[in-house]
Design a protein around this ligand. Structure first.
Ligand code: PZK
Length: 293
């Protein structure tokens, strides 16, 4: 199959991004599409794809001492029409598990904890409140569902799927190290990294490599630290305007998602740019200039 972007063959597509074949390498493209409650809205958020790609590139550059990554370039080999929101990456043999790390108890982890006292086979202390910081970050892998929701699994099931327990232990340890590094960095800038998801692969030398997007608002929960308060769900750093508007709009959160009004689009765009600037410490304009966007 071929698509709009420079006639490149499409390798894979998700709700809000695509991967194209460049021959020896891949092109990962982030769109400006946004989803809430797992449904994509018809209205794009200008610059969202460029913010997410800039953030991934920032974190790949910052975390190379922890694990190798698939990032090659956000300039060379990037077609003009996707400049700033695409990166060239190495082709990998992807591992069939999603590598989630949680530093706070929220989302599906909170649901599992309420039901069983455990998440992903890890027993947690009793009496935790929703959104509370965990005593130590936990690795809670899930399966990669083709359609529908990823299913939580424990470490042993993840090791079984990967077929190599030692490799899986390294994946777990690297995932937690990446999370801790990024969460410390974010906290210093007034942002809580509640949880995040990584995908790993093996390169041609069987070296472990982190792929996909990393530590973006789409693969992570970022919360503003100044209003953090355990005991209830926290506002999302990036999507809260859209969620608040959607909640008051009468939309029942089933497809199709409604169009987003201009003021909500503008406020959301500003939040993405603010996330980029808080986390990287650089003006977003620098990313645009650097990539020729
Ligand atoms: C790869 N996905 C997930 C699905 C996306 C991403 N470096 C790589 N080499 C080979 N395959 C992949 C990667 C990466 N990353 C990742 N699918 C294939 C996926 C849909 C859209 F952007």
């Amino acid at each position: 199959m071929t698509t709009a972007i420079a006639d490149l063959p499409l390798v894979a597509s998700g709700k809000v991004r695509e991967i194209y074949d460049l021959g020896e390498r891949l092109l990962m493209v982030a769109s400006d599409r946004i989803s809430t409650y797992d449904v994509v809205h018809p209205t794009p958020i200008p610059d969202k794809g460029r913010v997410l790609t800039g953030l991934s590139a920032f974190w790949f550059a910052k975390t190379g001492h922890i694990v190798a990554n698939h990032y090659v370039s956000a300039t060379e080999g990037v077609p003009d029409e996707v400049r700033g929101r695409a990166m060239v990456v190495r082709k990998l043999e992807m591992l069939p598990v999603e590598c989630v790390v949680r530093g706070y108890i929220t989302g599906s982890g909170w649901k599992d904890y309420l039901a069983t006292g455990s998440v992903s086979g890890i027993e947690l202390p009793p009496g935790l409140k929703e959104s509370e910081r965990l005593p130590t970050p936990i690795f809670t892998p899930s399966t990669k569902a083709e359609t529908g929701h990823d299913e939580a699994i424990d470490f042993e099931q993840a090791a079984e799927l990967v077929g190599d327990r030692e490799l899986m232990a390294r994946v777990r340890d690297v995932s937690v190290a990446l999370y801790c590094f990024a969460a410390d960095h974010a906290r210093e800038r007034g942002v809580i990294l509640a949880d995040t998801k990584f995908e790993f692969g093996l390169d041609g030398s069987s070296e472990l490599v982190v792929g996909d997007e990393v530590l973006t608002p789409d693969s992570s929960r970022y919360w503003p630290a100044d209003v953090y308060e355990p005991g209830h769900g926290q506002p999302s750093f990036d999507k809260q305007f859209v969620r608040d508007w959607a909640s008051g709009s009468g939309w029942d959160k089933t497809p199709p998602a409604p169009a987003i009004p201009d003021d909500v689009v503008e406020g959301t765009r500003a939040r993405y740019v603010e996330a980029y600037e808080r986390i990287t410490g650089e003006p977003f304009a620098s990313w645009l200039a650097r990539t020729g966007a």
